[in-house]
Write a protein that binds this ligand. Structure first.
Ligand code: 5GP
Length: 213
């Protein structure tokens, strides 16, 4: 399938002053919303009359999925899987299914909705598992693509943004389960500092954090 090329996430704009210290604002909420709308339109056109099943991988892709389906103008279903990766940063490509789909996808048109594709190993494994269940078709819709890091060949039919090789948080993506609820995508400038202190950026985003606990 031929789709519109994704825009690269700019390293210059929007203004970096919008980001708290230690973070660069890579993609603001307006740009995210515009791109998600565009992807929803592409899916609507591609799957009209086919009632696709959108398979989302917990937990990171849930915000993207929720925004995406609300912009789709066709019948569609959603289903969820939960997986865990082994090896450093999932680099082994060995993945275990923690929670499987609730429905049977045999003969169905399946779209895997992913938040971010990095090396591609996780997605490659997932696609193999799903393909073995004999869907009528199987495509990928990924919002963020760190394509410079790819080590396996993958066909991503619906791509949101090509992003640089930086650790990112926000819009579903976490560090140590924090920051998923940010409405924009931020790149972490000092990952070591964040590893030492996972909540270091919490006060910048949520000044009242801690007062209610
Ligand atoms: P892959 O198997 O493609 O190397 O890894 C994909 C998984 O790694 C993603 O689903 C995500 O969980 C995690 N990941 C990769 N890059 C990032 C990143 O920059 N930020 C966050 N929060 N997770 C990432």
């Amino acid at each position: 399938m031929t789709r519109s090329d994704p825009p690269p996430a700019s390293e210059e704009t929007p203004e970096e002053s919008d980001a708290p210290p230690g973070l660069d604002l890579l993609i603001d909420s307006a740009a995210l919303a515009a791109r998600v709308r565009r992807l929803a339109l592409e899916l609507t056109e591609a799957y009209e009359g086919r009632r696709p099943v959108l398979v989302s991988v917990l937990k990171g892709a849930t915000l993207f999925l929720a925004d995406l389906v609300r912009r789709m103008d066709i019948e569609c279903e959603v289903d969820f899987m939960s997986i865990s990766s082994f090896g450093s940063g999932g680099a082994s490509g060995i993945v275990r299914i923690e929670q499987d789909l609730s429905g049977n996808i045999e003969g169905r048109h399946v779209v895997v909705v992913e938040d971010i594709v990095d090396t591609g190993l996780t997605l490659q494994y997932l696609l193999r598992v799903l393909a073995a269940r004999h869907p009528a078709s199987l495509e990928v819709c990924a919002l963020f693509d760190k394509d410079v890091r790819r080590i396996v060949d993958l066909d991503i039919a619906f791509r949101g943004f090509s992003i640089p090789d930086r650790f990112v948080i926000g819009y579903g993506l976490d560090h140590d389960e924090l920051y998923r609820n940010l409405d924009a995508l931020y790149a972490v400038t000092d990952i070591e500092a964040l590893v030492q202190e996972p909540a270091r950026h919490v006060p910048s985003f949520f000044p009242a954090a801690g007062s209610g606990r």
